[in-house]
Design a protein. Structure first.
Length: 148
């Protein structure tokens, strides 16, 4: 099984500049509130009555929308969902998966110290659901690529 790497926000920004595709695995409402510029939204979980629910299409959409050799950088709110998504993708044969360790909001290190996420580092931010970046847009891309 392939491994994935984990990076901090400044390293993530450099990877995006080098051509990595940022995939935000947060829910659609979270994505709309703010995300990395140019990010594509493919939620691992959906907001639902009573909490978050598994997105049963996550892996199939990812497999149809992206080549398994494509350079992907995954992010979520604090690093938990993106870690889970990265493990899922590498298990499915994706070869170039990197994960934003601190996520959008930030996380805590092994000693409980706060580690700021993308949003807390003063890095560029985009809001809303820009054309071509929404979950619906990625699903359409996946459908188009899987049509012979």
């Amino acid at each position: 099984m392939a491994e994935h790497s984990r990076v901090l926000p400044e390293e993530a920004e450099k990877l995006i500049a080098e051509g990595y595709t940022y995939v935000d695995v947060r829910s659609v409402p979270e994505f709309e509130q703010g995300h990395v510029p140019g990010a594509l939204n493919v939620p691992l979980l959906h907001s639902a009555a009573g909490g978050m629910q598994e997105n049963p299409e996550f892996l199939s959409v990812m497999e149809r929308a992206f080549d398994k050799s494509e350079k992907l950088l995954l992010g979520c709110r604090s690093g938990n969902r993106s870690l889970r998504a990265a493990k899922m993708l590498t298990s499915a044969g994706f070869e170039n998966v990197t994960e934003l360790l601190t996520g959008w909001e930030g996380s805590r290190d092994a000693f409980g110290r706060p580690q700021p996420g993308w949003n807390k580092k003063g890095l560029p931010v985009e809001t809303g659901n820009p054309e071509g970046q929404s979950y619906d847009s990625v699903r359409q891309r996946a459908a188009a690529r899987s049509t012979p």
